[in-house]
Design a protein around this ligand. Sequence first.
Ligand code: ATP
Length: 202
Amino acid sequence: MRFSKLRLNGFKSFVDPTDLIISDGLTGVVGPNGCGKSNLLEALRWVMGENRPKAMRGGGMEDVIFAGASARAARNFAEVSLQIDNTDRLAPSGFNDADQLDIVRRITRDVGSAYKANGKDTRARDVQMLFADASTGAHSPSLVRQGQISELINAKPKARRRILEEAAGISGLYQRRHEAELKLKNTEQNLLRVDDVIEQLA
Ligand code: ATP
């Protein structure tokens, strides 16, 4: 899976639709302080399903919507699209039947976030799993934010293990295990209820 284009629209300082073409090889983003370099990286994390406002340097998720400037009114929504080249069919099943994948996340004030994959409504969980399984998720160590190297040096072994697990592409398994445990608990509760009913009927 190779990212080929990132499009921002109303996301933080990118009020007008802006395309970032990601070519083969290394992509560098340079510019003066405050021009929006970190916002680009945050847009990438966000479209992959980041759901912690703090990771977006905000108090609430709606803080990613363009908040207005002296000459521009605030926007009502923010949208980020990520175009993925999937000619090698490396996207997990459910997503791997097309040469190109377009993942879109949109947040609307007072409504919340919605995701689309190639134009079809998709659950946040499925988008998060798509990237977690490909080791490029919102928490991926391949996206290095400011101050992260010193955090890593000082991190406790458990936190370091998480990074290795993410790099190995197994972090999606944690989510699946959690969901399986919840299902198991529900089933146990249902069985208890069935036992009660049988007892009453006996
Ligand atoms: P540095 O090199 O100093 O780290 P940078 O290029 O990484 O800077 P960013 O931190 O990405 O810059 O961008 C900061 C800019 O984004 C600030 O001017 C800030 O006002 C603007 N900004 C952040 N959130 C919003 C928002 N919701 N609406 C409008 N502008 C925003």
